[in-house]
Design a protein around this ligand. Structure first.
Ligand code: ATP
Length: 253
């Protein structure tokens, strides 16, 4: 369970995140949705203390994270950053092994877990010796996901994990990700600007604008019961575009 209670973040007097509160139940996925610069990444990074909140309180599984050592906190939180964050001079195997090595796992255990995750993420076993630069963007994202999952952390933070990919690759990585057995019991926070991804993956969604939450609720709440014009327009515009194009093409057939 994650509780963010009235958190704010100022950078040099500018308010990037303003009085944000939400709860993520155990095993649930919360989506932070919004356009570029609305404060999604800053909110996410406050959860694993990559960014320190200016005010407010964050609890993860009942513990105030401000009272935990960041490096200890991060062992129970898997993190996939924007643009994957893989170490370019580490092989795939070395990238995936970073946390298990910190945890002093035996080499055979690391190998076994790596092989299983690569298989589940549909990557060839021979990729272990490759460097990130030798992989496509979609393959790199799959490695980043394997790295975040290998130590089986109860919490997973995902910052636009499929964002840099073309729509077809994006859908395929997302599908394989959603089917991972390890995800069934994870508590997740996902950052995206993609309405379809938010509706597809979120148990709950926080729609943000200018650093604040405009509406939070289930996909049904935001889609069917928008609380104001901003929410209505945000969903309506993107979804109507697709159905309008669909209708136009169908009419031409
Ligand atoms: N380290 C920083 N120093 C100063 N300002 C920052 C810093 N990080 C973020 N900001 C500002 O805070 C605001 C929110 O940024 P944030 O990265 O959280 O937005 P976002 O919604 O994740 O956007 P994107 O989808 O483009 O990543 C922006 O105005 C940004 O310029």
């Amino acid at each position: 369970m994650i509780v963010a209670d009235h958190i704010s973040k100022h950078f040099n007097g500018n308010e990037a995140v303003r009085d944000v509160s939400f709860q993520v139940g155990e095993g649930e996925t919360m989506v932070l949705l919004g356009t570029s610069g609305c404060g999604k990444t800053t909110t996410l990074k406050m959860l694993n203390r990559l960014i320190e909140a200016s005010s407010g309180r964050i609890e993860i599984f009942g513990k105030n994270i401000a009272e935990e050592k960041p490096e200890i906190l991060r062992r129970s939180i898997g993190y996939v950053s924007q643009n994957n964050g893989l170490f370019p001079h580490y092989t795939v195997a070395q990238n995936i092994a970073v946390v298990p090595k910190l945890l002093k796992w035996a080499a055979a255990d690391i190998e076994e877990h790596t092989a299983r995750l690569l298989e589940q993420l549909k990557l060839p076993a021979a990729f272990t010796g490759k460097y990130p630069g030798e992989l496509s963007g979609g393959q790199q994202q799959r490695v980043a996901i394997a790295r975040a999952l290998i130590a089986d952390p109860p919490v997973l933070l995902l910052d636009e994990p499929f964002g840099a990919l073309d729509p077809v690759t994006r859908a395929s990585v997302r599908k394989d990700f959603a089917e991972l057995p390890a995800l069934k019991r994870k508590t997740m926070v996902l950052v995206t600007h993609d309405v379809h991804e938010a509706l597809d993956m979120g148990d709950h969604i926080c729609l943000m604008d200018k650093g604040a939450i405009v509406q939070k609720g289930t996909p049904g709440d935001l889609l069917l019961r928008p609380e104001n014009e901003f929410v209505h327009a945000f969903f309506g515009r993107q979804l109507e575009d697709i159905s309008r194009i669909y209708e136009r093409i169908r009419a031409q057939e």
